[in-house]
Ligand binder design. Sequence first.
Ligand code: PEP
Ligand code: MG
Length: 763
Amino acid sequence: MHHPLSTLTSLVEQIARTQDPTAMMSTIVQRLSELLNVEVCSIYLCTPERDSLILAATQGLSPAAVGHVQLAVNEGLVGNIAGTLSAVNLADAPADDRFVYIPETHEMPYHRFLGVPLLHLRKLVGVLVIQGHQREPFSEEDEAFLITVASQLGSTLYQLHRDGEWMSDVQDISPFRRYRGVKGASGVGCGRLWLVHPQLSLADIKPSMTSNPAQQKSDFMDALSSVKEELESGSGRLGKHLPSDVSALFHVYQLMLQSPELSDGVKQLITEGASAEWALKQTIEGMASLFEQSDDPYMKARSEDIYNIGQRILNQLLERDQQVLEAPDEPLILGGELISIADLAAFPQERIQGLVCTSGSTLSHTAIVANALGIPAVMGVEGVELEQNRGAKVIIDGNRAECIINPPQALLTEYKRMIDQENRVMRDLERLRNMPAETLDNVRIQLHTNTGLLADATPGLERGAEGVGLYRSEIPFMVHDSFPTEQEQYRIYVNVLKAYSPLPVSMRTLDIGGDKQLPYFEINESNPYLGWRGIRFTLDNTQLLVTQIRAMLRAHAECGNLKLLVPMISRVDEIIAVREILDKASEALKRDGIEIPRPQVGMMIEVPSAMLLLPKLAQHIDFVSVGSNDLTQYLLAVDRNNPRVSNLFDNMHPAMLVALEQILTTCKSLGLPVSLCGEMASDPVAVLMLIAIGYDTLSLSAYNIPKIKLLIRSVRRADLMPLLEKARDCTDESQIRALFEPVLVKLGWSKDGRQPPEDSSAA
Ligand code: PEP
Ligand code: MG
């Protein structure tokens, strides 16, 4: 392509005549895209602080993205050009490691990419980019021309950059911020931020006296009974959706409300002259401190519940607890430090579109309940000023663990489109519910579900799960107030087995320790992931394991579809010990007249030693389930919950590929069925690799089943095999991902697989 310099001169002259900055930049991108015959031409300008770049004009990308797409220096390809001050010319931008997909640009279909820095007197002004559909780099001639254009435009645009006037032109100034947290529950929701805790807290109450103790006592008693009623109706409302274990937590609150220490304590202080609020504050603090002094960690933790109850009574007293009534009748995102189950119950469930909590983790009660109710949630979000953003529009992206405050209209529209698309895909995929997860070249993959709460059971079945690949039995233990009895456990297990019967249910024995703590049995260790965890803990607390196994066996006697799964096996003697306990429990139950069919016994491969000892373990087990979360953690020595090393945690690390292939080959040679149940089975890029390796049973959250089924039905395993061949030569995970990602992009998915194609009807 020949680019006469005369054309360039005329372009610059034309620009010089244009006064309005927005019009000037529009002219540049429009004329350049014509001159270079490219689909996209965009200008990104530096913010006055020079720490990020904003899309200032574009021909070809979504116009709605102008002024709203912002990339930090060194973020994405554009940020990289700004950081290195050098040109980038690529045949396939989405396949590049530095590429960041920004949904609101709609840039997915473009492959070739050429970007050059815009400089004035060696200072960065912005970045000029051209993009096109073809998958080949731009010619050297194009590159030279764009660099020349950029050098001419640099000084013109510098003017705009310096006075920052363009920004107000292209951008509504709103404090748009993204915050990262920890995944609570998957899914995406938009709504208005509604704080669940009122501004005035118990801690703010100052000493005050009353001259009318009778009135104050009556106000206090009214407040107390309002809170009681509120909890009763809340528990009733949520009770339809929650398993009995969770509803039981309401009971704890009720008991506290009824305690004479509370009502008598407050009334006594009022009699002595204190106002109701001041009397309440002193009584609650007194009760909480008794719990805080306890040596028992469970009792210690109850002080939080006391404060919670105290706050609710205070709200009633001050008539501030109009929040539910006052909350606008529109979709809401509930925010707070931690949102208690009682808070959740106070709002009509259909209005809650998401949760954002400034503390808590994936396994906190709030996250567990959000998961069970299908509400997207992000936990442990640091730095977010919820108070200052009351009433703001908020997006909760539970898939990326992100909370976006004041999203620009374009982003909001894009997310709403994603939610609609997701709903459409889900509706669409109902059609696939009874169809097999089978590749185009007839490789059948079994899709099972991971569950933990009873309320989880139905979504799995509704989404076509062919069984439960992982029932995390620790979750019912976590929402309980003490170790559940054999009878309580039996009731829970029999419900799960019944719901899925005759489909198989792999129930895992208690896996606590690590990041999974029971509120009533704290384990304090300096290195908990390498400590008293999973089977090590339960074998040392034999009675717990015996009780659990008995409860599972009794449920199995009734339903016949139990598969017993043992977590964290690292030694042969561990599985032998479990088998002995199982045999003894069966014999004991038989003596009681309960005939138990022998359940299959399997083990998780999470610890590298279990993988290496497979041939020796094989004679003691009937099946194997790969826990890719922990296997990655232990193989790579990367803490799965530490954000500081999260960039190193990737299931597609080359060592994981070696391990996964070795496990499958060994299991095949030993005739052991093998499945995989970690988060890897929900990651579309990883699923492509797993299919190629030969994994034919995957277990994942019910939420992700339809998407993964869609993917499986869209690919041919034979096409993935050459990629696997190449992956074996890769030295890091990004190279492996780069091999499989283009398969998704070609099928119309986003590169990381988070967004399936809009039109999924082909599968
Ligand atoms: C795993 O480790 O991959 C797994 C499924 O178990 P969990 O996430 O419960 O540790
Ligand atoms: Mg695990």
